[in-house]
Design a protein around this ligand. Structure first.
Ligand code: NAD
Length: 429
C-alpha cells in the first residue's frame, strides 16, 4: 500500500521504516529540513536499536523515501499518518496546534479519497476535530476518513515493538478505512482491536497512565521498604510473579520521565477534569513521582552535606536505557539540581551525550564510563543502562576521594558494594 507519515520523529520514522520493511511504499515527511537532508544522505537523526540498518535497507530497496513536502506525501499516498508532537501546555493540557496545522495541510492537498490516521497521542475527541478541520479547509469536496491508531512502542525497543506489537488498535466505525488498516497491518500478524475513534484515543492515555501508576506504586512501596528494612526488589519479585500483576514496570527508581508519561499523565488529568471527573488517583501518581526525586536528592545532601564544589560523577543522561532521548529525563533534572547547589559534574551516557550537550551546560562530558569517577566525591547511577553493571567498581573505588555511590536504579548488590568499602545508597533497599 502507499503510505505517508507526517512527522519523522521517534514514532514517525520507526512507523514508516517498519511499514516499508513489510513491503509497503512509504514516504516520510518532516518540516525539519535538516532532518530530512540527513535522512536523504543516508544518516539517521535518532538512536534506536536496529533502526539504522532498516532505514538503509528499505531506502536502498526504493520502498522508503523522505521529503519536506506534505503536499507531495499526501498526493502520492492512500493512507496518511499524523505523527507530530503533542506537547504539554503550561497548564498540563495538550498543545494540539501541530495536529491542527497538519490537518489543514492535508486538507489543502486532498485531490482524491484518503484515509487520515492519527498516530500521535491525543485527547479523546481529537479525531472529530481533525475531521471537522479537514472538511472546513478542503476546497475540493473529496471524501476522506479519519482513523485513530495510537502507538504503543517503547523507545529503546521501538523497532521490535512495532514489528511485533501486543495489539493494534484501530478506531473507526466505517468499513472502508477499517478494511484498509487491517490490510496495512496484516503482515505483522498481531491481534487487531477495532473500536470507535473516541475509545481508541482513550486507550492510549489510559494505558500510559496505568503504566505510570504502576511505577509510582512500586516507588511508594520503596519508601515503606526503606523504613521497614525490607528489600524492594524482593518485594517486587514476590508480587510481580502473580500473573495478574506482572513483573514489568515494578522497578523502584528515582522516578519516571521521558517525553510521554509525564505529559500524558497531566493531559489525562486535564481531560478528565474537562469531562467532569477529578482523577485524584493520577494526581497522586504525579506527586509520588516528584517526591521520589526529592527523596533521592535529600539522600545525596544528607550524605555529602555541602554540595558546593563537590565533584560528582553521573552515569546516565537518557531518560531510560537504550535511547538517546533526554526529553524530560530524570537524570538531566538531577544534574540541574546538583549544579544549582554548586556541584561540579562529570557525566557520561552511552548514547545520549550529543543530545544532552544541548540542554546541560558547564559539566564535563566523559567518553569512557570508567573514567567518570576520577577524583569524584560521589558517583550516581541515574539511568539503567545494562553496561553500567560492568563498571570497573574496583577502579572507581581507588580513584574517588571517598567511595560513595548513589544508585538511582538499583543496579548493584547492596552487600557486595558495602563489602568493597562503598557507602552505597540505593532505592528501597
Ligand atoms: P518527535 O518530536 O520525535 O517527532 C515529531 C516530528 O514531527 C519532528 O521531527 C517534527 O519536526 C515533526 N513535525 C512537527 N510539525 C510538523 C509538520 N507540520 N509537518 C511535518 N512534520 C512536523 O515526537 P515523537 O516522540 O515521535 O512523538 C510523536 C507523537 O507520538 C506524540 O504525540 C507522542 O506523544 C506520541 N508517542 C510517542 C512515543 C515515544 O515513545 N516517543 C510513543 C507512542 C506515542
Amino acid at each position: 500500500m502507499k503510505v505517508t507519515i507526517i512527522g519523522t520523529g521517534y514514532v514517525g520514522l520507526v512507523t514508516g521504516t517498519c511499514f516499508a520493511e513489510v513491503g509497503h511504499q512509504v514516504i516520510c515527511v518532516d518540516c525539519a529540513a535538516d532532518k530530512i537532508k540527513l535522512l536523504q544522505a543516508g544518516g539517521i537523526p535518532i538512536y534506536e536499536p536496529g533502526l539504522e540498518e532498516l532505514v538503509k535497507k528499505n531506502t536502498a530497496a526504493g520502498r522508503l523515501r523522505f521529503t519536506t513536502s506534505t503536499k507531495e506525501g499526501v498526493e502520492k499516498s492512500d493512507v496518511v499518518f499524523i505523527a507530530v508532537p503533542t506537547p504539554p501546555l503550561p497548564d498540563g493540557s495538550v498543545d494540539l496546534s501541530f495536529i491542527e496545522g497538519v490537518a489543514r495541510e492535508i486538507a489543502a492537498s486532498l485531490t482524491r479519497y484518503k484515509i487520515v490516521v492519527d498516530k500521535s497521542t491525543v485527547p479523546v475527541k481529537t479525531g472529530e476535530k481533525v475531521a471537522e478541520t479537514i472538511k472546513r479547509y478542503s476546497k475540493s469536496r473529496v471524501e476522506f476518513d479519519v482513523v485513530s491508531n495510537p502507538e504503543f512502542l517503547r523507545e529503546g525497543f521501538a523497532v521490535e515493538d512495532f514489528l511485533h506489537p501486543d495489539r493494534v488498535v484501530i478506531g473507526s466505525r466505517s468499513q472502508r478505512p477499517v478494511q484498509a488498516m487491517k490490510e496495512l497491518y496484516a503482515p505483522f500478524h498481531a491481534p487487531i482491536i477495532v473500536t470507535d475513534i473516541n475509545s481508541a484515543e482513550l486507550i492510549k492515555h489510559a494505558a500510559n497512565c496505568f503504566l505510570s501508576l504502576k511505577i509510582s506504586y512500586i516507588n511508594a512501596l520503596s519508601v515503606i521498604c526503606e523504613a521497614a528494612g525490607a528489600n524492594i526488589q524482593e518485594v517486587a519479585n514476590g508480587i510481580g510473579m502473580d500473573a495478574r500483576i506482572g513483573r514489568q514496570f515494578l522497578d523502584a527508581s528515582l522516578g519516571f520521565g521521558g517525553s510521554c508519561f509525564p505529559k500524558d499523565l497531566s493531559a489525562f488529568i486535564k481531560i478528565s477534569e474537562q469531562l467532569g471527573y477529578d482523577f485524584a488517583l493520577l494526581k497522586d501518581v504525579q506527586q509520588i513521582n516528584a517526591q521520589q526525586m526529592d527523596r533521592f536528592v535529600k539522600k545525596i545532601n544528607e550524605t555529602l552535606w555541602v554540595l558546593k564544589d563537590k565533584k560528582i560523577g553521573v552515569l546516565g543522561l537518557a531518560f531510560k536505557q537504550n535511547t538517546d532521548d533526554v526529553r524530560m529525563s530524570p537524570a538531566i533534572d538531577l544534574c540541574q539540581r546538583l549544579k544549582k547547589e554548586g556541584a561540579h559534574l562529570r557525566v557520561h551516557d552511552p548514547k545520549a551525550m550529543e543530545k544532552a550537550k544541548a540542554v546541560l551546560k558547564d559539566v564535563t562530558f566523559v567518553a569512557d564510563m570508567n573514567e567518570v569517577a576520577d577524583g569524584c566525591d560521589a558517583l550516581i547511577i541515574a539511568t539503567e543502562w545494562p553496561e553500567f553493571k560492568k563498571l570497573d567498581i574496583e577502579k572507581a573505588r581507588k580513584v574517588m576521594t571517598h567511595p560513595i555511590m548513589f544508585d538511582g536504579r538499583n543496579l548493584f548488590d547492596v552487600a557486595e558494594m558495602e563489602q568493597m568499602g562503598f557507602i552505597y545508597k540505593s532505592i528501597g533497599r
